[in-house]
Write a new protein. Structure first.
Length: 156
């Protein structure tokens, strides 16, 4: 199970970093997946090492980042930061950045430009990795910003 492997790796990193006895780690997670699943997988693994995991759920990924910066949480698990923050460092990327392109079966396209031109596209949080990848590819394939629309959420 990939989440179990991810959680094991994070647990090892957390265990190494804990100097308190008995150790506890406050982790901030998003209320949306994959944060809850990752935290749930981490909890029993850390318990085996005598480390208590205090999970705190946040609705907004920016709130998780703020909580890490001001010390309310020790570790934040977020899907993808919308911006780079100099004071924070990624401990472990949970999955590689991939731009998934989906379209209706009946639509025939032969180039990336044809795929996105005139379309409404969700590419993750504004400024995030997938968003930057989409805008970079659009520029590389000479598709003007006004020739496609980036949606703020996938449900539109």
């Amino acid at each position: 199970m990939r989440t179990g492997l991810i959680a094991s790796g994070l647990c090892a990193l957390v265990a190494v970093g804990c100097a308190r006895e008995p150790a506890s780690v406050v982790v901030g997670i998003s209320t949306e997946e994959p944060g809850p699943t990752i935290a749930a997988a981490m909890q029993p693994l850390l318990a085996q090492e005598g480390i208590e995991l205090d999970i705190r759920a946040f609705e907004d990924p920016e709130a998780i980042l703020a909580a890490v910066l001001d010390g309310r949480v020790d570790l934040g698990i977020i899907e993808e930061p919308a911006r780079r923050i100099a004071e924070l460092r990624t401990v472990a990327p949970l999955y590689p950045s991939i731009l998934h392109a989906m379209h209706r079966r009946e639509r025939v396209v032969s180039t990336f430009a044809e795929l996105i031109r005139g379309q409404q596209i969700y590419a993750g949080p504004v400024g995030g990795t997938a968003w930057r990848l989409l805008t970079r590819l659009a520029a590389d394939f000479e598709v003007a910003d006004g020739d496609y629309t980036i949606l703020p959420d996938p449900w539109r």
